[in-house]
Design a protein around this ligand. Sequence first.
Ligand code: NAD
Length: 456
Amino acid sequence: MKICVVGTGYVGLVGAAIFSDWGNRIIGVDIDVEKIERIKGGEMPIFEPGLSEIVLKNIKNGNLSFTTSLSEGMSDAEIVFICVGTPESDTGHADLSAIWKVSQEIGQNLGDYKVVVVKSTVPVGTNEKIKRIIKENLRIQTEFDVVSNPEFLREGYSVEDMMDPDRTVIGSDSERALSVMRRLYEHLGKPIVECDFRSAEMIKYASNAFLATKISFINEMGQLCERADANVNVVAKGMGLDNRIGPRFLNAGIGYGGSCFPKDVEALYKTSTDQAYDFKLIRGVMEVNSMQKDHFVSKITRYFGKNLSGKTFAILGLAFKQNTDDIRESVAIKVAKLLRGFGANLRVYDPEAMYNAKKELGDAGITYCLDKYEAIEGSDSLVILTEWPEFASLDLGRIKGMLKTSTIFDGRNLLDSEKVESLGFVYFCVGKRTNGLELLDKRPTGHPGVILKNGR
Ligand SMILES: NC(=O)c1ccc[n+]([C@@H]2O[C@H](COP(=O)([O-])OP(=O)(O)OC[C@H]3O[C@@H](n4cnc5c(N)ncnc54)[C@H](O)[C@@H]3O)[C@@H](O)[C@H]2O)c1
């Protein structure tokens, strides 16, 4: 099949690569001239395991090419995918300006029947509006159809997720368009959910909001476990073995971030208020999430006091999660900024996100290090903020002698608390009463770094 993919970011570039690997002819389109030049030159603008090999292979065999011209990209295509960004706007709604712009252009350039597929995450009602906009902008009376095909890939695993999705959702009001989409996806042998536009749009938001709810739920359980002297990791394991619950998205930590969960949960809440419905659970999920990083940072300021000037923290992890260079809405970046706000100097390291983090955090008070041990050497304390596997295997004996104080604040529960404590570290994690919390509670009231028992 001949396919045009508009927007070559995390979703569009991976989509274009995988569709071409299935034997289709793909043209990727983006308004970002530099990005297109880099991809054409074989350089990936994003870090995604396995992506580069697939892109290079299919550029070479002629299945995959790129352009900045939408009219050129879509002229021969049977399907046009819209994969542009839908970031959060000032009001909390999804900013759909790129979607409207692309829809107008598609309308203006339509010369024969095409299926326009919306892969971007868009609120309920958007596909109907896209259809209207394309129709209003037609220069030649042409038939076309619209399909809502939300994407569920996880950054860091996007190649495997697109190759082997749990399900594919295709929402449309046209049997002709649905049959084109079946041809594209049926070979995967995975469930295909065929439905109306609005349900398809809602499935995407409901899925992300439900996963975010799991995260906020376990984070609140962690708050309770710290107070009630239970261990949230064990609680999560015991819960997750129940088939009805499942183990995933039950890792207590510093909260969810990234380019999707925060904006999609917020946008779903806006959709509900626009429908005069107060989605109370989602409101709670967002509130818990925004407080989670503050709880974590308060452990640091309760231990060291609120004036952190003259202190240096080794920060391991800046990406919003492991396996990606993406720092959009990264809680690690937010924690780094909070620590800087208390006057701390930072020695930071992330395996993939250093370039993006530097653009966001700047140079003042921050040393960008080449590896985890360089960040730790000479720092007062270690703070772990992203769950990269290489941080779980830190040589604890080695770092003991590198840190000025033997303190570790583990925002992702990566380390084995018993082992860490037995080596003489003061250890803080999330959802467990470690020796660090015990120590804080024993401090007299009025100590510069003390807050009353139970964090109140
Ligand atoms: N990143 C994810 O993990 C993920 C997962 C599922 C769904 N989504 C959704 O997919 C959509 C895209 O997300 P992303 O992370 O790939 O975004 P992104 O910001 O990485 O990429 C968007 C691309 O669209 C391009 N673009 C913007 N306007 C354009 C225009 N008029 N013409 C051509 N190109 C244009 C941008 O230059 C950019 O390269 C969003 O709606 C997002 O919510 C993202």
